[in-house]
Design a binder for this molecule. Structure first.
Ligand SMILES: Cc1ncc(COP(=O)(O)O)c(C=O)c1O
Length: 446
């Protein structure tokens, strides 16, 4: 069996080191980098750096590359659009790819009712606009968000986001009328039974809405069906269904943030589909464009139409080149059954993760939905103290051995799997072997 990974120099290699020096002088430290690697070329689930080292990619540019890096059909569609026109601004002169992509997203998102779609550039922008729409539609100010949530880095996005140390520290004051309530974290819940955890969390949300905020003040509730940055926390279907029922009871707009979970990652087109919940609005970005910056809000036509003419948009939103990429992504995903591939990849990864849970004390929890899978590392299974330093050591050993990973969780104690779904089984096993060796090496020296 031929190996994909080829490590020719110590990491970072000499060219990367030179670029690192320039990067440190020219780019602020706040723009974090998870590995000291500079890309030269990407293909499928591989990345070749400027020193000629070939890495396997389990990060997918943070869940952007479900279809694989530089998918040839996406690249061809982009080139074709580049040759026709790059930009007109949809507000100035319209173009068909924007309209066609809106039609496609109206078709694909859950819900059998009239829908409309507005396009933007980034995930944070989609979140901002979903909240704007919910407020305009309901005429109410408050937004409910959850513990461990991540919704972006703009003022409203970071206000909705939970983790202070990285994303919010010193950046306040934050946007007002945001109420954070507990999401479900089965591994760290005081209740043994996940259904009991879900029930208690739901009671907390109801109590907060009824007693503390006032139901007639709540415009929207926004939730990631699987919380991404927070540590791949799968929200139980009964919790999501309970939230949906509360939203129905009080006329609150249910926003599913599918920015990281969408486009097949969890073994359904959208993760919320696992619960049968139909959101009022869905936010999308990341793997929608397979690397081109594009995001969307899709939802009930009457909510989407609530904003006054001119109330939504931006100079670049729904850029034609990004629309061409997204349209090709949808075509290829459906034709090549990427949703089914996500299930198969997820099963293969989770089987290995469960085996590690049996063998390594360090692996405290294994969780996931489809190919959105993670392990949480703890110093001690009894206290569940987050193994932050061990996770960092594993992470470093992995990239030195040719595997690019992403961490997650409030203590950077979770290793998450976001490899392109185009990864082959051989590449998957090769990457998992590198990760296993790194876990074993840290476990031995504990
Ligand atoms: C669930 C979720 N919402 C919003 C965002 C923000 O997206 P962007 O970084 O494109 O602004 C992210 C990014 O990781 C995300 O995972």
């Amino acid at each position: 069996m031929s190996r994909t990974v080829q490590i020719r120099t110590p990491i970072p290699g000499p060219r990367s080191q030179e670029l690192l020096r320039r990067r440190e002088a020219a780019v602020p430290r706040g723009v974090a980098n998870v590995a000291p690697i500079f890309a030269a070329e990407t293909r499928g689930a591989t990345l070749t750096d400027v020193d000629g080292n070939v890495f396997l990619d389990f990060a997918g540019g943070i869940g952007v590359l479900n279809l694989g890096a530089n998918h040839p059909e996406v690249v061809a569609a982009v080139k074709e659009q580049v040759d026709r026109f790059l930009h007109t601004c949809f507000h100035v002169t319209m173009y068909e790819p924007y309209v066609r992509l809106a039609e496609e997203l109206n078709r694909l998102t859950p819900g059998d009712f009239p829908k409309k779609t507005a396009l933007f550039n980034s995930g944070a922008e989609a979140v901002e606009n979903a909240v704007k729409l919910a407020r305009r539609y309901t005429g109410r100010p408050a937004v409910i968000t959850f513990t461990h949530a991540f919704h972006g880095r703009t003022l409203l996005g970071m206000s909705l986001t939970a983790k202070v140390s990285t994303y919010k520290y010193g950046f306040g004051p934050f946007a007002p009328e945001i109420y954070r309530l507990p999401a479900v974290y089965p591994y760290r819940s005081p209740f043994a039974d996940p259904a009991a955890t879900a029930r208690h969390a739901l009671e907390d949300v109801r109590r907060a809405i009824e007693d503390e905020i006032g139901p007639d003040k709540v415009a929207a509730l926004i939730i990631e069906p699987v919380q991404g940055e927070g540590g791949f926390l799968v929200q139980p279907p009964e919790f999501l269904r309970g939230l949906r029922a509360l939203c129905d009871e009080y006329g609150i707009v249910f926003i599913a943030d599918e920015i990281q979970t969408g486009f097949g990652r969890t073994g359904r087109f959208f993760a919320v589909e696992h619960s049968g919940v139909v959101p009022d609005l869905v936010t999308m970005a990341k793997s929608l464009g397979d690397g081109l910056p594009i995001s969307a809000v899709t939802g009930r036509a009457e909510i989407m139409d609530a904003a006054q003419v001119g109330g939504l948009g931006g100079t670049y939103g729904g850029n034609p080149v990004a629309c061409a990429a997204a349209l090709k992504v949808i075509e290829v995903m459906e034709r090549d059954r990427y949703v089914e591939r996500a299930q198969a990849v997820g099963e293969r990864v989770l089987a290995r993760f469960r085996d590690w849970h049996e063998r390594f004390e360090l692996v405290g929890d294994v969780r996931g939905l489809g190919a959105m899978a993670a392990i949480e590392l703890v110093k001690d299974r009894a206290t569940k103290e987050p193994a932050t330093e061990e996770t960092a050591a594993i992470f470093k050993r992995c990239y030195e051995n040719g595997l690019i990973l992403m961490k997650a969780g409030h203590h950077n104690q979770v290793i998450r799997f976001l490899a392109p779904l185009a990864i082959t089984d051989e590449q998957l096993d090769e990457g998992l072997d590198i990760l296993e060796e790194a876990i074993a090496s840290v476990s031995r020296t504990r």
